[in-house]
Design a protein around this ligand. Structure first.
Ligand SMILES: Cc1cc2nc3c(=O)[nH]c(=O)nc-3n(C[C@H](O)[C@H](O)[C@H](O)COP(=O)(O)OP(=O)(O)OC[C@H]3O[C@@H](n4cnc5c(N)ncnc54)[C@H](O)[C@@H]3O)c2cc1C
Length: 326
């Protein structure tokens, strides 16, 4: 059996049919299905699993669903979640525990590894489990290096690189079992207690966005992002940016794409005034189509883009917006 930690936003989910299940966790579920028929999704929450969320987990191959219910789990609580996973590991002795290689998934699994005194392989793109030894391929250095490693452990703890395992429907009959775990107060010291939405948030998360209009130093200022936000809204997408932009305080870190930001996989990535440093490309290399707008035809982003516009973004974006509005 394989346990898969399912991250979620069940407590804060927007109304209107969104299940709150983290899409990257569904990719970890897809990875687990390639390794074993028995895949148990583990959810830590403060209430019953909504039927739509359970249905989504079943549709993606969960042959079992375990829900740990505790009032302290109303929102993200990494150490408490790891403690719950550790309890379950002792109970069911799985071959592996997987989670999404997101910042949150990696943090929960690091706690789990510390509790169980086992090694953790993060950002895996391939996994083979053997008795007492597993083999993994992991993305290192922002995806510029693929490392093949052997993990010597009785239970493999691993996270899956975002967008490395495609999510395909695989209906399973996962029955929901709910239990109330013991969670020591010390495990709840670090947890999300309040959320404040940034002003101007358009509601689509970077990692799920189908269209991202991303800006770099070439945008010039915080105010310069107005046309990018307008274009993103017109295309039903969201705004992203480079690290120079977050360092300058023009946009929040939650919008940063790259090695130390979010890894994205939109259908369309429009890079405006972004040079295409390797650390930035590490975050957007899974985009299906890249359009680059840059005054420098030799900028590295022009080598990886599907379409390039060699011009001033301040002239190009208003023209694109105007054309779209017409
Ligand atoms: C450990 C580490 C981690 C990092 N992680 C990240 C990360 O996660 N994400 C990230 O983005 N960076 C990251 N970086 C930083 C990265 O190396 C680059 O410095 C950064 O991506 C550059 O941002 P930029 O493309 O906006 O700026 P620049 O490299 O300065 O490029 C600006 C571009 O805008 C163009 N331009 C200027 N004016 C205009 C105009 N009017 N119209 C059109 N084009 C114009 C220029 O020709 C140029 O190509 C990291 C660096 C390190 C060392």
């Amino acid at each position: 059996m394989i346990l898969v930690h399912i991250d979620h936003d069940l407590g804060t989910r927007a109304p209107g049919g969104v299940t709150g299940v983290d899409p990257l966790s569904l990719q970890a579920l897809a990875a687990a299905r390639t390794l074993d028929d028995a895949v148990t999704a583990v959810v830590a929450a403060d209430g019953d699993l909504p039927p739509a969320a359970a249905a989504e987990l079943r549709a993606h191959g969960a042959s079992g669903i375990r829900v740990a219910m505790h009032p302290g789990l109303a929102d993200y609580a990494p150490q408490a979640t790891a403690r719950i996973l550790a309890t379950l590991v002792e109970e069911v002795c799985p071959r592996a525990v997987l989670a999404a290689g997101s910042a949150r998934g990696n943090e929960v699994m690091a706690h789990l590894a510390a509790i169980l005194d086992l090694p953790l392989a993060t950002d895996c793109t391939q996994i083979t489990i053997g008795p007492g030894q597993s083999e993994v391929t992991r993305a290192r250095w922002g995806g510029n290096l693929l490392e093949e490693a052997r993990v010597h452990a009785s239970i493999l703890l691993a996270t899956t690189l975002p967008h490395a395992f495609p999510v395909t429907p695989a209906p399973a009959a996962g029955e929901v079992h709910t239990w109330t775990p013991q969670v020591p107060d010390a495990d709840l010291l670090v947890r999300v207690v309040e959320r404040v939405m940034p002003t101007g948030a358009v509601g689509v998360g970077l990692s799920e966005a189908k269209v991202i209009v991303s800006g770099g130093r070439g945008v010039g200022s915080a105010e310069g992002f107005a046309p990018l936000a307008e274009l993103a809204e017109l295309l039903g997408g969201t705004v992203g940016c480079s690290r120079v932009v977050t360092s300058a305080g023009w946009r929040p870190h939650s919008e940063q794409v790259g090695q130390t930001g979010t890894k994205v996989a939109p259908d369309l990535y429009i890079a405006c005034g972004i040079s295409g440093a390797t650390q930035h490309l590490a975050g957007c290399k899974s985009a299906k189509v890249v359009v680059a707008i840059n005054t420098d035809r030799d900028a590295p982003i022009m080598q990886v883009a599907d379409y390039v516009i060699v011009d001033d973004l301040h002239a190009v974006l208003p023209a694109v917006i105007e054309a779209l509005r017409q």
